[in-house]
Write a protein that binds this ligand. Structure first.
Ligand SMILES: [Zn+2]
Length: 395
């Protein structure tokens, strides 16, 4: 599976703009370890990214809500989401939204005055990811490490407040004389949210897929690869994100117009040179498309529960096929969607299983003792497990 994901990533990257933030599973993990583990805070931890699906406007809602200026900490919608919260649940959702933009700071940097992430001091610069290929691979690497070594699993239920987002755009507009709310649509947001969640679900399945029914045949190659290439910078900036996210608070927000700078710049990158590199639109659209197809095909069934009183929509999923079948469908849809969007035929399947080098637990123990210790700590590997497939490695 490791090489499958890498191949996909390599192929996707050729035609899209650079992108980098933390992946969905990493955002969940950061929030949990920062103690922001209410359902609302976890749910909203990925909420700003869903706006990348909106095709309208020159500047795109997704990039816009990610903007942070020194005066607009937590993004342009932060204040409005907090202040138009009508109950504690919405307030937590608003805080969760802000944990996203806050966590992203240590991933892709910022030029916020006095920020520790100025210049090259951020995850993406630290791993030397100058191209989109490297960016996305680094994002996946982070998700793998979050999944295996931290708390990076998808929550069982996701709460969405599409109307709260709508109201916030509207209030921002009336305060800043902009027209973002015209580009936003609650139904579409909800639908895109569902699709995006389906993709995070599948990514989790891809990361955790077993080579066999037994746990010890989990694809350690994937984990070892992520560990070897990313764990040092990842650990550092992941911890930074946790520290920053811990401090997120509605009471620290106040209304400011990001747009004055944002809208005047031709690349819609606002005052942040860092964000101009973060152009996630195309990749996110592909993700949302693929997620939608998996749902349409009935491989995953989303369940929506609408609370008319609060406007809360709770989404959960049911997987109707085996992990392997789901991953196969995911690969197929990714190829097709990729072709549709780029006009290029690519092959994601074929020799994948044979290319994924199988790594045994004893190899991990021998070659990466620190990783091995962490896996024991996490309970992924039982301490006194006898490794039946033990093969001594000569170097
Ligand atoms: Zn983001």
């Amino acid at each position: 599976m490791a090489s499958m994901a890498l191949v996909i990533v390599m192929l996707l990257c050729a035609t899209v703009q650079p992108v980098m933030a933390w992946g969905g599973l990493t955002h969940y993990s950061i929030n949990r370890e920062a103690g922001r583990n209410s359902t609302e805070e976890l749910s909203a931890a990925i909420a700003p990214d869903v706006l990348h699906d909106f095709p309208y406007g020159i500047c795109g809602l997704g990039a816009f809500v990610h903007e942070e200026l020194p005066e607009v900490l937590y993004g342009p919608l932060g204040f409005f989401l907090c202040n138009f919260s009508v109950n504690e649940s919405q307030k937590r959702w608003a805080a969760g939204w802000m944990t996203h933009t806050t966590a992203d700071r240590s991933a892709h940097g910022t030029d916020l005055d006095g920020s520790p992430y100025l210049g090259d001091n951020n995850y993406i610069s630290a791993v030397g990811a100058d191209t989109l290929v490297e960016h996305i691979v680094a994002e996946i690497g982070g998700d793998i490490l979050s999944y295996w070594l931290h708390e990076g699993t998808m929550p069982e239920y996701t709460v969405v407040y599409p109307d709260q987002v709508n109201d916030s755009f509207a209030e921002y507009d009336s305060y800043c004389k902009t027209e973002y709310s015209e580009d936003y649509d609650s139904d579409r947001y909800l639908e895109a949210f569902e699709s995006f969640l389906a993709m995070i679900w599948v990514e989790q399945v891809v990361i955790d897929i077993k080579q066999d029914k037994r746990l010890q045949f989990t694809d350690w190659g994937f984990l070892v690869w992520a560990w070897r290439n990313y764990h040092k910078p990842y650990s550092r900036y992941y911890q930074c994100a946790i520290d920053n996210v811990t401090e997120v608070n509605c009471s620290q927000t106040y209304p400011q117009c990001c747009g004055q700078i944002y809208e005047q710049s031709t690349d819609c990158s606002g005052g942040s040179p860092v964000m101009s590199k973060v152009h996630q639109v195309e990749y996110t659209k592909i993700k949302v498309d693929v997620g939608r197809q998996l749902i349409d095909e009935g491989l995953m069934i989303p369940h929506r529960e609408f609370d008319a009183e609060t406007g809360a929509v709770t989404i959960s999923f049911e997987q109707t096929v085996s992990d392997r079948r789901l991953v196969r469908a995911y690969k197929r849809h990714l190829e097709e969607t990729y072709k549709e969007r780029t006009g290029k035929q690519v092959k994601f399947l074929g020799d994948i299983p044979s290319r994924g080098k199988h790594v045994t637990v004893s190899e991990v123990k021998e070659d990466y003792p620190e990783l091995y210790r962490k896996l024991i700590e996490k309970g992924v590997v039982p301490e006194n497990r006898v490794d039946r497939g033990k093969v001594h490695k000569h170097r």
